[in-house]
Design a protein around this ligand. Structure first.
Ligand SMILES: [Fe+2]
Ligand SMILES: [Fe+2]
Ligand SMILES: [Fe+2]
Ligand SMILES: [Fe+2]
Length: 404
């Protein structure tokens, strides 16, 4: 199937941005603005379509390595200090680089994520200096810093002047003279600043994005979504294997039901991405050691809605979106976020619903230890008897996973 991977990433970036928002207070569409700025300067500097295509991908994924450990460090600090702490955690560059190792880039992007915080004068995390810093890293760095400092979702005459002064003052310190010149040139046009506006950025990025469709198999797409499952699972130490564990169980059950290869891969993709909306939920709630209060429950219940917002934009993912995003619905209509009833929930949605509960019960949570297969089955069967989940699927799960 032909797919523009950058469009896929942009759909998923909606939730990725929340990780930074949670800790840094960075605003919506941050990674889109970083991608836009990097791409426009890259084009001005004569980068090829393929290079810019990869540049956009790296820009969207630039902070994918921000994990629970760093979120913890930052969240202990006062909000105004969080940005400084997070930006000083060098590990997120290393982890981020490592996470995307298997992504199908078109060009060589080695160390682009790793060095996205290097200052041109060599005073960054890794003391890489001058043009030893990959050009793509330099372009991501300029967009990232500007949006963090100046919040470019809205701009006005004064703000634009401040940005320009900041850039000029940091020539040869943070940024290469070549990039400063290029920035000054492309930002002369009013459209540059307007494009960054929250209302216009989606359209702007669609128009300026290099149009490269790749022939991808479902297997290739599964590998890409695996990268996301890793990022999602890493948000909390209690879910380190949740999406990956669910994908594995979905595959085993798919084989048990003798589903064809493509459907099994799609089930795994649904499992990899089902909780992507959780990226948008604060760790204060996800990792809360006690029971959630009504307000916190209200917030956490938003996650499947947000997963749907992300996934429903992806062409070809129509059934995957259903299976992934119905996982907290219940057959009697008491689930969320839509309160769908059994007649609206297809077999694979029901399967992921049951497996998600089973997987979660066996994992440790802040308020309890992981349960055994037997104890988990008691809970699942109870839910089945109460008309919440599919009793036949529960029996099959018991058959397949009980250790005889
Ligand atoms: Fe970063
Ligand atoms: Fe950022
Ligand atoms: Fe969930
Ligand atoms: Fe889940």
């Amino acid at each position: 199937m032909k797919i523009n991977l950058n469009r896929l990433l942009l759909s998923l970036s909606y939730t990725l941005d929340f990780v930074e928002m949670d800790v840094l207070g960075v605003t919506s569409n941050h990674s889109k603005r970083v991608a836009y700025i990097a791409n426009i300067i890259g084009k001005y500097l004569g980068m090829s379509e393929e290079e810019r295509f990869d540049l956009v991908a790296c820009a969207i994924l630039h902070d994918n390595g921000v994990t629970k450990y760093m979120l913890d460090l930052a969240s202990q600090a006062k909000r105004e200090k969080r940005k400084i702490i997070l930006e000083n955690v060098k590990e997120h560059c290393i982890i981020g680089e490592e996470n995307i190792r298997n992504y199908p880039f078109l060009t060589d992007v080695t160390n682009v994520i790793k060095y996205h915080h290097e200052n041109y004068d060599g005073t960054g995390f890794f003391q890489i200096k001058g043009d030893n810093i990959p050009l793509m890293s330099q372009l991501i760095f300029i967009g990232d810093k500007l949006d963090n400092i100046f919040d470019l979702k809205t701009t006005n005459y004064n703000k634009i002047n401040k940005v320009n002064t900041f850039i000029k003052n940091n020539t040869s310190k943070l940024y290469s003279p070549k990039i400063v010149d290029a920035f000054m040139e492309v930002s002369k046009k009013p459209c540059f600043w307007l494009d960054l506006n929250d209302n216009f950025i989606n359209n702007a990025i669609r128009i300026t994005l290099p149009n490269i469709d790749l022939d991808m198999s479902w297997h290739d797409l599964e590998k890409i979504t695996e990268i996301f499952s890793f990022i999602i699972d890493n948000k909390s130490e209690f879910t380190l294997k949740h999406s990956q564990g669910l994908a594995n169980k979905a595959k085993i059950m798919g084989n048990y039901y003798k589903k064809d290869k493509e459907e099994i891969i799609k089930l795994k993709i649904a499992a990899n991405l089902h909780d992507i909306g959780k990226l948008a939920i604060s760790n204060d709630i996800i990792d809360k050691p006690g029971e959630l209060n009504e307000e916190e429950l209200y917030l956490i219940k938003q996650h499947t809605y947000l997963s749907r917002v992300s996934l429903s934009k992806i062409k070809g993912f129509e059934d995957i979106t259903e299976w992934a995003c119905n996982h907290h619905e219940k057959l009697d209509g008491s689930g969320y976020p839509f309160g769908l009833t059994g007649d609206k929930l297809d077999f694979n949605s029901r399967l992921i619903m049951c497996l998600d509960i089973y997987q979660a019960l066996m994992e440790e949570r802040p308020y309890r230890k992981g349960l055994t297969h037997e104890k988990s089955m008691v809970i699942l069967k109870n839910m089945g008897d109460n008309g919440l989940i599919d009793v036949n699927i529960i029996k099959d799960i018991d058959k397949v996973f009980s250790i005889k």
